[in-house]
Design a protein. Sequence first.
Length: 524
Amino acid sequence: MEDDDRDHPLSCHWRPVAPDAFESFDLPSVRSRAAVLGRAQIITEAFVVGRADPDGWISYSRRYEFYAARRSRYWPTTYTYDTIVPAVDQLAAAGLLDHEKMPSGNRGRQSRFRASPELHKRLSNAPLAVLHDPHELVILRDHEGNLVDYSDTERSRRWRRNIEEINEGIMSAAIELRSGVVRNGDPLQVGKSKIGAASNKLYRVFNRSKFSLGGRFYGAWWQNIPSESRATIRIDGADTVELDYPRLHPTLLYSQAGKPMDGDPYDLAGWPRDLVKVGFNTLVNADTPLAAQRSIANEIGGEGAYAKARALVRDIEAKHPAIAHMFASGAGLALMRRDSEMTEALLLRLTARGVVALPIHDSYVVAEQSKGDLLESMAEALQKSVGNNVAISKDYPKSLPQYGGPSSGTLPAGLASLGVPVGFVCVFFPEQRQRDFFGGHSLAVPAAAVLGWSGGIAPPEVCKALRHEMRRRNQRHRDVAARVGVSRPQFENILQGRFGASPKVAGLIREFLIEGASTVGTAA
């Protein structure tokens, strides 16, 4: 018998799209509609699990008390002793399930089943269209990760409606990898990573029995594939881009403290930047100083790891005195609560515009043509979360675009509706592939300079970004001039700030710049 750790617990969260999908199986009649649906769920789950994991079993209980304790929002009405146990026995007797039934009184292992060769044979002739229904989209877990029941409020109902709206938009799109469109239930393996049966649905998970902690979106297959493979995702046949929030949790911590963040939070003399980043984020997420030091020491490894970990913690605390009191306090889950609200807001905004965005916590995948929409949505969500709490460096406004005259500190009309203050959210144009926000050589440009310029004299920062992008992409003046529909002399005058650009030409220049943007964040 194989190790129980490999078993998949029965969920009854898979079902066929067609209600009559298994009529041809000529199974014995059952006395209720719930029994028919429960049997269909078991067949579907056995099939999708077996197709994705041929050696995998599905474990289930044959004790009445087990099901009595699970009569909550997380389990479908079919998840009962009177439905599950008879259905498994019936399907096993029909030769559709391989069944290992544990003797009564055995508490060490549950009974288990898997799709038989006969079931795979019957379903191999025509593709079985399936749905994944998590049943509950707002999930609350305790300290140990166990499900916690709760009473609905207007807030939880609103979250659920919003997730349903977002999922509806995602389900309307054809999302594919190199192997083709990935549908619900498809067996998914990317390289050596076995993802299992794919699901295109999202749900939110809150932690430690509190709706003030966690809340991030989980459940979708693109969150579980290697990051390098996400570059091959296509949405409705279009190539995609992935944009992320850089240094997001440091930004949120400093906004909470009401203090400006001085430069790169992970730049610390005498330490490798990657290790400082790991150490910083470990301190943010750890519950105690000892737990943080142990985790960092394990990351360092080798002789003297604990002494180095303690030294690194001291140096990180010295660099960040304004937020050091929040280290090793379990602040990470509260920060996840904030970034999950940002994700919900921007996904709803994009869904309303007909844009499909695939979230990976603080980064998002969209079709290339929707990159500008994503940048705007990310900027708006970040501003709403931290804009009123972050103190901008007093020297930063010196670099603000003038929009053809002295800066008034107000937004151009086209950007005012975003709620993005001048100089707050930045767009970055990398000269080479970056590992993160500050890797490689990059140019910081206020988002207002790019997203808000709708014609006339180009802001100095737009001209700077144009020169930067032309060098990076090996584009000559005549190349970009032809792209935006002007002569080379006209383009050179726009680039030098001598002449203004028409709204159409400004829009095409914005598109050229947005193509090179990699991320959005705040001014250091």
